[in-house]
Design a protein around this ligand. Structure first.
Ligand code: P53
Length: 476
């Protein structure tokens, strides 16, 4: 019993969380460059351009732009079969609406992908991972505008042409469903470059933006297959399974409804059309959108080849008003309630390995498409002791998840392409902008204020994961 021979074990990051070099090589300002550092209790601030005196942790990231060769050598030491990262759109089109790309930006990713390939690692590339040129926010108000479709497709076509013989696995929009968490405006900004206005109907705005993204994604899938028929192009969603608090049918129906907020996105990507439950909801709410027959035809022709997803946590819904809501809007719905069977990380995310087996089956039952776990990981404040990091809790977390994943493949028959651990080298946290929320097998000496040597140190989990890969997931 094992994963298939060519199973893609690896790690994942996103350009803006690691690269740094935010002004190098002709790069334009991106939306990640105008987000300050926050914390578990304090939200990150979005500023109008770069404001003097504020700290922006992504400007330097972990200097992956400078150290990528050394870092990739460390990934190779662990035996990575693949490495997932994103292309910073603003390196290629600094303002987003240029006619021609920035050659220096393209050259950086040539070098990066060559380096991966020279180590036998398959690059897995997200086109838009919470990063777009800030110019598109200023000039077009982000994905509120239909013109974004053209800019995105031009960006996608440029990089898919350029790297047609280097990159086979692509994904269009990272965690496209996160923007349904409406209470926290950060997601509309990071997913879609949208700043909510006072009193606006947020749900309506997000549905319209998502529509343009669906069209852009589908056009990209079609175009990508023309550029190279070997391409595997997927979507990317945050899989947060929703459980009913009790067997009361009211709880069950509420959980189903909440779950659909997530599944809606993969439904459209996989089937190429809007599901009836969402069309009915629009009708009830009196929503009329800018959706043309050409859009719908494009969506039909651009169904994804696989479902890429992140998995960190599950959530619980209760129809009983007496059950207290958690009210933490960083990762799940504001209406989510406690799960008494699960523990949480210090950042309030439930730890639910079986939830991974559950979502693998849920997606596979629903779409019969290959799946790819492109993020899963444990954010924790690791301690450096005598130059070492004993991250046994991370090993336990990942081991428990990997065992459930192997069961989904071995016992349930799910078709799984690979598994990439989030933040394989400590990145800047997306949600809080902190460094102390660490995910890596490799520690990076940098703190929340940006001080440190940026030195890389192998954690205990580094050697453990090397062994997991060497055994291809057997007896983890
Ligand atoms: P950080 C919420 C729920 C699930 C995944 O997150 C999420 C989020 C956002 O907080 O984001 C993904 O760094 C995302 C990565 C991110 C990672 O999870 O907030 O794709 O960019 O870094 C972990 O701890």
């Amino acid at each position: 019993m094992a994963m298939k021979e060519n199973f893609l074990w690896g790690g994942a990051v996103a350009a803006h969380q690691v690269e740094g070099a935010c002004q190098a090589g002709g790069k334009g300002l991106s939306i990640a460059d105008v987000m300050t550092a926050g914390s578990r209790t304090k939200a990150r601030e979005i500023t109008d351009g770069i404001v003097e005196g504020k700290y922006y942790p992504n400007h330097e990231g972990i200097r992956f732009y400078d150290f990528y060769k050394e870092d990739i050598a460390l990934f190779a030491e662990m035996g990575f079969k693949c490495f997932r990262t994103s292309i910073a759109w603003s390196r290629i089109f600094p303002n987003g609406d240029e006619e021609t790309p920035n050659e220096e930006g393209l050259r950086f990713y040539d070098a990066l992908f060559d380096e991966l390939l020279s180590h036998g690692m398959e690059p897995v590339v997200t086109l838009s991972h919470f990063e777009m040129p800030f110019g598109l926010v200023k000039k077009y108000r982000g994905w509120r505008s239909r013109e974004m479709i053209g800019f995105f497709v031009r960006f996608a076509e440029t990089v898919m042409e350029r790297y047609r013989d280097k990159v086979k696995y692509w994904m269009t929009f990272n965690e496209i469903n996160n923007q349904m968490i409406l209470s926290n405006g950060i997601y509309a900004f990071t997913n879609s470059g949208i700043l909510f206005e006072e009193g606006e109907d947020r749900l309506k705005t997000v549905y319209q933006a998502a529509h343009y993204e669906f069209v852009a994604s589908a056009m990209t899938v079609k175009l990508g297959h023309e550029i190279n028929p070997e391409f595997k192009i997927g979507c990317m969603a945050a899989a947060t399974p929703v459980y009913p608090r009790t067997c009361n049918p009211d709880d069950v129906l509420l959980a189903m409804e909440e779950d659909r907020k997530n599944l809606f996105f993969t439904d459209v990507h996989a089937r190429g059309r809007y599901p009836s439950y969402v069309k009915m909801d629009w009708e009830r709410r009196g929503y009329v959108f800018d959706i043309t027959p050409e859009d719908l035809a494009a969506m039909e022709q651009g169904c994804v080849d696989f479902i890429g997803f992140s998995y960190y946590l599950s959530s619980v819904m209760s129809a009983d008003p007496k059950v207290e809501k958690l009210g933490d809007d960083l990762a799940a719905s504001l209406d989510a309630v406690e799960n008494p069977y699960l523990e949480m990380t210090p950042w309030g995310w439930t730890i639910d390995p079986k939830g991974l087996r559950y979502v693998l089956n849920q997606y596979y039952d629903r779409y019969q498409l290959p799946l790819f776990v492109v993020e899963n990981g444990f954010g924790y404040e690791d301690r450096l002791e005598d130059g070492q990091i004993h991250d046994g809790n991370r090993i336990e977390y990942l081991g428990n998840h990997i065992r459930q994943m192997v069961m989904a493949v071995d016992e349930d028959g799910v078709d799984l392409l690979g598994y990439t651990v989030w933040g394989c080298i400590d990145p800047v946290s997306f949600g809080t902008g902190e460094m102390r929320k660490r995910y890596g097998f490799i520690y990076v000496d940098k703190d929340d204020e940006g001080n440190g040597s940026y030195r890389r140190i192998r954690k205990d989990s580094f050697y453990w994961y090397r062994d997991v890969i060497a055994r291809n997931g057997v007896d983890v």
